[in-house]
Design a protein around this ligand. Structure first.
Ligand code: TNX
Length: 499
């Protein structure tokens, strides 16, 4: 069993054969245990994928990945013919996301108790396949499991709408790093991005052309498109977490439905990037009718366990009103069978003690959060000065904001979610999430430039048991050509020696 840095020792060549181009441990996020044994396996057009019927969905992803890498269309069979060269998916009794990958002369075996674990093993195998022929994989064994159950990204569709195809492209990329949640920010002051049948003007007005920062963009997801996205993500073991932000960040809803303001007068549409000026009317009953309708329809669209109700930056809501609102709204999520998730401000309300708080502040202490944690609140860590993918890398970055500082790759890597905030022990932390707000982002190219390579740092923080910057930067430098080959325009950080 090697410690992290040793996993980078290349496996020796087979006699007479070409050496494996990728060391067994050259994987992001770093696996828990790596034992290279000096053998190797070669993928050929006659290699078969062996999988029981239950693992067929993972086998299909594996076939797709091998075809993308090598051009070979491997057959999927239930039982391997004798002497066949095989990649075998083998269910066993281990935990759902854990997996074991063994590579020997005759084949590769990925074992896991769950399809999510088999999928994780497939993602590891993808990184072990060289970028070019010969398709030789280093021999040995990897035993791997996640540190945290929740490893997420967030994407803001409200400030600029991003199409279902763009979201799918992002899912394809994030799932390769074992990221398993995608939080979609579906409403904000500028726009409303999800069809709600009981309040149709939310999208006919709030999702119209021009409803984006600087009047650029507009659009929304129909329920059919949303369901299709949920299915697409699920096939890659990514759970979509929908967010409707309230009681602040609601200007677009109030433009569509003036009864959601206290004076009943529609505010002007907003395409600037100010925050903290809008609030639902806490004392009006129609507010709770609206909120309940939205939560009910959202819950019906959501197979996953979580609904995010926002709750950030409600500067136009008094503290007493804010708490009164959350005391009523957080339990509504439970009424529709889901667990409530919100930005860390929700911890001001006692009803958050059965909810999940997303820590986005930049400090290392937060007495309100710590008190909530002592009372039962669970936490997902997104400290803005570490995990925000919309912060500029340095002052010259053409996209992004800088209110939480500049975040180079090492800054995103060098922190520990289990000790980051006083009074929030690892046992209270469900995981990490890397938000990507889109005030300055227009296209999938913009998304990719801000997310990569930094997201891989957050993914490793969430998955791997320990961090080792030198090992990480070596593995990341070696990974770069894979993005280039797929046309992903990543930021070529000067902290990394790119291959
Ligand atoms: C703060 S982070 C916000 C968002 C902005 C973001 C920009 C949070 C919960 N709220 O409204 O888009 O900063 O970085």
């Amino acid at each position: 069993v090697c410690a992290l840095p040793l996993t980078l020792v290349p496996a020796p060549a087979l006699a007479g054969g070409a050496p494996p181009a990728v060391a067994l441990g050259s994987v992001i996020p770093a696996p828990v245990e790596v034992r290279a044994d000096g053998t190797s396996f070669r993928v050929t057009p006659r290699t078969v994928v062996v999988a029981p019927a239950s693992a067929r969905p993972v086998a299909d992803r594996l076939v797709e990945a091998v075809r993308e890498a090598t051009g070979y269309r491997l057959a999927v069979v239930r039982h391997a013919p004798r002497h066949a060269s095989a990649i075998t998916l083998a269910p066993d009794r281990s935990g759902g996301e854990d997996y074991q990958l063994s590579v020997g002369r005759k084949g590769v075996t990925i074992r896991s108790g769950g399809n999510s674990g088999l999928f994780n093993g497939v993602q590891t195998l993808r990184q072990l396949l060289p970028l070019e022929a010969p398709w030789i994989v280093a021999g040995g064994t990897i035993v791997d499991r996640p540190r945290f159950a929740y490893r997420g990204v967030h994407l803001d569709l409200a400030r600029h709408y991003h199409t279902p195809d763009e979201v799918k492209q992002y899912i394809d990329e994030i799932s390769q790093f074992k990221v398993n949640h995608l939080h979609l920010h579906l409403s904000d002051d500028q726009g409303w991005r999800i069809q709600i049948d009981s309040w149709p003007r939310l999208t006919s007005v709030g999702g119209a052309a021009g409803t984006g920062v600087d009047g650029v963009g507009g659009g929304f997801l129909t329920k059919a498109q949303y369901r299709d996205l949920v299915r697409y993500a699920a096939a890659r073991f990514v759970t979509i977490v929908p967010e409707i932000d309230m009681p602040g960040h609601v200007n677009a809803a109030q433009v569509a439905y003036p009864e959601l303001t206290c004076d009943g007068v529609a505010p002007p549409p907003r395409t600037d990037t100010a925050v903290g000026y809008s609030s639902l009317c806490i004392g009006k009953e129609v507010t709770y009718q609206f909120v309940e309708d939205v939560i009910r329809e959202l819950a019906a669209l959501t197979p996953g366990p979580l609904i995010h109700i926002g709750g950030d930056e409600a500067h136009a809501t008094s503290q007493a009103d804010y708490v009164a609102f959350q005391q009523r709204v957080l339990p509504l999520v439970g009424k529709y069978g889901k667990k409530a998730y919100g930005w860390n401000e929700i911890t001001q309300a006692p009803a958050s003690h059965t909810a999940i708080a997303q820590y986005w502040n930049t400090g290392r202490t937060d007495p309100t959060l710590a008190a909530a944690v002592a009372a039962g609140t669970k936490v997902i860590m997104s400290p803005a000065n570490r995990a925000y993918l919309d912060m500029k890398y340095d002052p010259s970055t053409r996209l992004g904001l800088s209110w939480a500082g500049y975040i180079e790759v090492r800054t995103a890597y060098d922190w520990d979610p289990g000790t980051h905030v006083a009074g929030v022990p690892e046992s209270a932390v469900l995981g990490v999430e890397a938000p990507l707000w889109s005030e300055t982002l227009r296209s999938i190219e913009d998304i990719e430039f801000m997310a990569f390579p930094r997201l891989t740092a957050i993914a490793e923080v969430g998955w791997s048991p320990s961090r080792d910057w030198e090992s990480f930067r070596t593995r990341l430098g070696a990974y770069g050509p894979r993005w280039t080959a797929r046309g992903v325009g990543f930021y070529p950080s000067p902290q990394i020696d790119w291959a």
